[in-house]
Structure formats: structure tokens, C-alpha cells
Design a protein around this ligand. Structure first.
Ligand code: MIC
Ligand code: SF4
Length: 643
């Protein structure tokens, strides 16, 4: 039988395991990326592994998340990452050079290669035909050291595109449409491959918008074919030599095929507080808007920004709206400047922010109290913007501009005629903000700079056969890592200070959690389905570990988070009967016995000592995962000689 694109790349990078869906496969990793909010911890972990020089084809460290410098903390982290990267063979993208996924797409992504990144939107590179995964920092550290990356062999979904997008309907609307169809858990356990005749009508940046938001579906990753459009994009970036064609075999088999007719789509909008809460823009037209933000790794390409500039040209932003623009990279910003488009943007009354994540992660530009914010971003979880009672909607750049001009949610098709925007034959290439690592000879003399903000990797403890713990928190479905370990300008600077971060753990759900967990000593957290969706931040496992969380019992888990829990040595278990979720109450004393046998049999028994209820749990772990859990996490396991 023929193979899908993803299966071909997996086969050519297989370092162990067999490719049957559901079983674990080990993959060789060609490239890695880190960003600063997860990078500090990832490089501390890399240092703890004692490897002198990265063993990948290319590893890049980006500074794009924690760019506000309201004190010494973020700049200390930047210096640390810059020096540790230089010493160990990692390229360093300076602050201001752009958002990791945008720059990776422009300058480093290669079709047919594998990439893992300590950021959940790493699949953006799938727009170029790269097999790219978001992962926890420790997994990235291991891959930098030449170790394999382990995934559960996914199912294959295909989205078959026909037709062509109408004016004012965009790749973002395609992302929102697939979220409407599949929901935030619909992609769990699957790789989504985009195909069909409609693919040829989409540029690489548009494809990247779509693979970027595959993360919101919970998908393992998303990928497009590599075709003439890909070749032209790489050539325009001066990288035609990186081009290889990639297509699935005609008889490749898919577990599910979804058809989308691009011509039939209309502008869509995701309402608060979930990316799959999708309706048509027209259906909520007239809703008053306070703030509009254009940018993020989803919608900050040159094409996006040129459209925005064309629509803003000669018009003025509504006095009730505050509009921000963050171009995705220095390349985008400098080309906007050269073409005069930046002037059109600024003349409209927009505020220009850095080429960075910015408002997407609550790093500045939070909405006003109870404000309505329309954003071209990918996530609208409660509190993520930095304003707890804000209502955040996700839209395309075109819909964002329409709202900025009119002051209310507006179908962008009401704006009149869209100008034809063509992509350049040649992008402006200036890699001067990407610093090369030291040569192996010079590396020994490079000193790693550690300011007082650089902490240590937290200690984990080996698993015990009996876990007696209090159920300190019971939460519902679709809990995100933004609930577990919130981000934002006030907290993000402390990503290597686990004791400090712990004060904010689960604060979105229950501000007393951290204190209660500490007082309990040992805790179990109970969750609903898709527990841990969203970001790749391993802090959502390391901080609970620090607070004494020994196990999380949920109806189901999101992929990256369950890997992070295992890497941290926290036992992730699921209910055999999901209805048993209702039998557990916050505050109950719980007991799991025979955890060691459970790691092998997959069966665990939970006794609720408060109510007497006996509940069957399951946890299916590979021998490698069981050994990691017994050792108390991946770092201990690796130190003990595991590979
Ligand atoms: C996000 O979009 O939530 C982030 C911030 O980029 C995270 C990484 C992090 O928490 O640092 C992600 O998506 O993995
Ligand atoms: Fe940055 Fe937002 Fe993209 Fe995360 S989703 S990488 S915070 S722009």
C-alpha cells in the first residue's frame, strides 16, 4: 500500500519502533528550535546532560516571547541563552529578529526534514512540507544531544481542498473551519495532511497559517505537500537548493478524509474562550470592539501585512479602537518599510509593536477591563491576554482591519474591493541578526553568563509503589496549560524560577491551589477530557511536581502535556469508566496501590479513602515510559544510564 507524506518522512527518520498506529516510534531529528520562554529551562536541561555540542543538522535559539524588559530578569535570560547557544553549537536569533515560527519558515525550514521545537506551534513549518512537532523542553534538549524523539504513531487524516478562496476569505478562515468541524480535540492522535487540487492555490505563508493552527485541533502535527509553490517560496528566500518535492502516494490510505470547498467558505470568527467556538463573522456583526491586534505566528507574514496595509491605506482607525500591528520578522518589517506599506499602516493610527509574540502571550497590550479584543492569533483562552474578564475573538487580518476601521465586528467583504497582492520574486535576505555558534575550537573558552534569574532544574523523586495523596483540585474538560501554569508579562520572566512560578499554578481555576497543595504535601489532580491542551510549556508539569503533585487522573490527555508529565515523573492515569469522574470530590483522601505492577499491566486501582469508592484506572506505558516514571523523570532516567 502507498504511503502518506508524513509516513514517508517518518519511515526515512525511523530510529526504532514500528509504524503501526498507536505504538511508539523513535524519530531522528534533523533540526530543533527553542524560544526564550521555554528555552531557559531547555538549555539548563541540555547542560545537565553534559553534551558538549549539539548533534543536529541545525539548532536555533530564538528570543521572541519575553521581550519586554521591565527588570533584569528577561535580559538575563536572553544573555544566558545567547551564551549557552554560542558555546554548544546553536544558532541564536536575536530579540527583534522575529517570531520563531515565522523566521524558521523563512530562513531554515527544509521540506522532508524533521524538526522539534519547545513551542506547540512548531508545526507551522509543515507549511513547507517539514515534519515538525511541538515538544517539552527536555525532549528538545535530548534531541539536541542527538537522542531520538518519541511519538505515538499517529493516525492519518486528510483534508481534501477543492476550489479557490474568494476575496476577503483567507487561510485563517480555513483554520477556523476545520476547528469548527473537528473541535479542539478532533485532531488528537492524528497527523493532518492537506491535499487536493485547492492546495496549489495557497502560498507557503497561507499553508503555514493552516498548519500553525493544527495545534489548536490537538493534532500531532499538520503537513502540506512540497510542490512548485514551495520551490518558488524557497527560491524567493534564496534557498532553492533546499527544495525537494514531496507528495503522498496515489493509493495512500487515510483514517479519515474531510472535504473543504475553498470557494464555499465565508469569513469566520472564534468566540471566547476557545478556538473552536466558531461562527460566521456576519452572525455577530455589530458587536462593539475595543481592541484589535494583528500579528502572531499565525498571521504575521509579509502577505498578511501587505493586505492589512492595503486595507488601511487612506483610512483612519475608529476612535474607540486601539489597533496594534506586530510584523512576524525583521524581513517582513523591512520589506513593509521599503514598499511604503508601513507608512500606510502608521498613518491609519495603528500602533507598531516589536517583531515578537507580544500580546498573544500577554506580553503587553492587554485589553481594557471587560474589553472586547479581536486578534489574528491562535488562542483565546481565559486570561491569556492578561485581562481576566476580557473577551477575545480570533479572526483573519482582513476581519481584524474591518473591525478596527468600523469599531464593531464587520464582515470584511463590506469593505469594498480587495486589491491584488503579489508576493515578491525575491525576499530581502539579511541574516545579520542570527548569530553563528562558536567553532568547536573556540567553544571551550566561551563563558556561559548566568544572572541571578537563572535557577536550577527542579529535583524530581522516584515513583513509589503506594501513592497516598489528597485530591487537591478537580477541574473540568479542556483544561489548558494556560490554566495550569499561566503566562503573561508578570509571570513569564520567572520561567527558570519554579518556586516563584508555583504561586500562580492553577490560579485561573482556584487561587488557593498552590497553598493547599503545599500544605497537603502529596496531591492528585483530577481532570476531564483533553487535559493539558495548548502550549508545550513543561512548566505545567514541573510546577505541579514542585507542589507535590504525584499523579493526574483525567478522562483523556493532550499529547505534549502527557509527555511532559511522564518526563517530569508525574503519573498520568485515565478513568477506565469516564463516569467515575463524578464519584471523586475535591478534598478526598486517595490511595493508589501497586503502582509498579500497574506500569507493566496498565491497570491501576484507586481507593477513595474518604468515600470508600474503588475506581479502576488505566495507564498504558511503553517499557521506556515506565522506566522514566520509575526513575522519577527523564533527566534521572538519562543520568541512570537510560537512553
Ligand atoms: C503559547 O503560545 O502558549 C506559547 C507561549 O508559545 C507556548 C510556549 C510557552 O508556554 O512558552 C506554546 O505554545 O508552546
Ligand atoms: Fe508566540 Fe503566540 Fe505563536 Fe505562542 S502562539 S509562539 S505566544 S505568537
Amino acid at each position: 500500500m502507498g504511503l502518506t507524506i508524513a509516513q514517508k518522512i517518518i519511515r526515512s527518520h525511523l530510529a526504532g519502533g514500528d509504524m503501526t498506529p498507536g505504538s511508539e516510534v523513535a524519530l531522528r531529528i534533523d533540526q530543533t528550535l527553542t524560544q526564550d520562554a521555554t528555552g531557559t529551562m531547555a538549555y539548563l536541561e541540555f547542560e545537565a546532560m553534559g553534551v558538549e555540542r549539539v548533534r543536529t543538522e541545525r539548532s536555533v535559539a530564538y528570543i521572541d516571547h519575553n521581550t519586554l524588559q521591565c527588570g533584569f530578569e528577561n535580559p538575563d535570560d536572553h544573555r544566558y541563552i545567547q551564551s549557552v547557544a554560542r558555546k554548544h553549537g546553536v544558532w541564536f536569533s536575536r530579540p527583534g529578529n522575529g517570531i520563531c515560527h515565522q523566521v524558521q519558515l523563512e530562513r531554515f525550514g527544509v521540506p522532508g526534514k524533521t524538526l522539534i521545537g519547545s513551542d506547540s506551534h512548531t508545526p507551522t513549518a509543515g507549511g513547507l512540507g517539514m515534519l515538525a512537532f511541538g515538544a517539552g523542553g527536555l525532549d528538545v534538549a535530548v534531541a539536541m544531544g542527538g537522542g531520538a524523539y518519541y511519538i505515538t504513531m499517529p493516525k492519518m487524516f486528510k483534508v481534501n481542498l477543492t476550489g479557490k478562496l474568494s476575496p476577503f476569505v483567507t487561510a485563517k478562515d480555513v483554520s477556523l473551519e476545520i476547528l469548527r468541524i473537528l473541535s479542539v480535540k478532533g485532531g488528537v492522535g492524528a497527523i493532518i495532511e492537506w491535499g487536493g487540487e485547492g492546495v496549489a492555490t495557497l502560498s507557503v505563508p497561507e499553508r503555514a497559517t493552516i498548519t500553525n493552527m493544527g495545534t489548536e485541533l490537538g493534532a500531532t502535527t499538520s503537513i502540506f505537500p512540497s510542490d512548485e509553490v514551495t520551490r518558488a517560496f524557497l527560491a524567493a528566500q534564496g534557498r532553492e537548493g533546499d527544495y525537494v518535492p514531496l507528495a503522498s502516494d496515489p493509493d495512500a490510505a487515510y483514517d479519515r478524509i474531510i472535504d473543504i470547498d475553498l470557494s464555499a467558505l465565508v469569513p469566520l470568527i472564534a468566540c471566547p474562550h476557545s478556538p473552536d467556538n466558531v461562527v460566521t463573522v456576519a452572525s455577530i456583526a455589530g458587536t462593539k470592539v475595543d481592541q484589535v491586534c494583528i500579528g502572531s505566528c499565525t498571521n504575521s507574514s509579509l502577505m498578511d501585512m501587505l493586505k492589512v496595509a492595503a486595507l488601511l491605506k487612506g483610512r483612519t482607525v475608529d476612535p474607540g479602537v486601539s489597533l496594534s500591528i506586530s510584523p512576524g520578522s525583521k524581513q517582513v518589517l523591512s520589506m513593509l518599510t521599503e514598499r511604503g506599506a508601513l507608512n500606510d499602516i502608521l498613518a491609519s493610527g495603528a500602533r507598531l509593536l516589536e517583531c515578537a509574540c507580544g500580546p498573544c502571550i500577554g506580553m503587553g497590550f492587554s485589553p481594557n477591563s471587560a474589553g472586547v479584543s479581536l486578534r489574528t492569533f491562535n488562542r483565546n483562552f481565559v486570561g491569556r491576554s492578561g485581562t481576566k474578564d476580557a473577551s477575545v475573538y480570533l479572526v483573519s487580518p482582513e476581519t481584524a482591519v474591518a473591525a478596527a476601521l468600523r469599531g464593531v465586528v464587520t464582515d470584511p467583504r463590506d469593505l469594498g474591493q480587495m486589491l491584488e497582492i503579489s508576493l515578491p520574486e525575491r525576499y530581502k535576505v539579511d541574516d545579520s541578526a542570527v548569530l553563528a555558534p562558536a567553532s568547536p575550537e573556540e567553544a571551550a573558552s566561551v563563558e556561559v553568563v548566568r544572572g541571578p534569574n537563572i535557577g536550577k532544574f527542579p529535583e524530581s523523586r522516584p515513583l513509589t509503589d503506594v501513592i497516598a495523596a489528597e485530591l487537591t483540585l478537580k477541574v473540568g474538560d479542556n483544561i489548558t496549560t494556560d490554566h495550569i501554569m499561566p503566562a503573561g508579562a508578570k509571570i513569564l520572566p520567572y520561567r527558570s524560577n519554579i518556586p516563584y512560578l508555583s504561586k500562580f499554578c492553577f490560579a485561573v481555576c482556584d487561587e488557593s491551589f498552590a497553598e493547599r497543595a503545599k500544605a497537603a504535601g502529596a496531591s492528585i489532580v483530577v481532570g476531564g477530557s483533553n487535559y493539558g491542551q495548548g502550549s508545550s510549556r513543561e512548566h505545567a508539569a514541573l510546577v505541579p511536581l514542585y507542589l507535590g503533585v504525584r499523579a493526574v487522573v483525567a478522562k483523556s490527555f493532550a499529547r505534549i502535556h502527557i509527555a511532559n508529565l511522564i518526563n517530569a515523573g508525574i503519573l498520568p492515569l485515565t478513568f477506565r469508566n469516564p463516569e467515575d469522574y463524578d464519584r471523586l470530590n475535591q478534598g478526598d483522601a486517595l490511595r493508589i496501590e501497586g503502582a509498579f505492577d500497574g506500569l507493566v499491566s496498565g491497570e491501576f486501582a484507586l481507593l477513595d479513602e474518604t468515600t470508600g469508592a474503588k475506581i479502576a484506572l488505566t495507564g498504558s506505558f511503553t517499557a521506556r515510559q515506565a522506566a522514566i516514571l520509575r526513575a522519577g523523570g527523564l533527566l534521572n532516567y538519562t543520568r541512570d544510564g537510560g537512553k
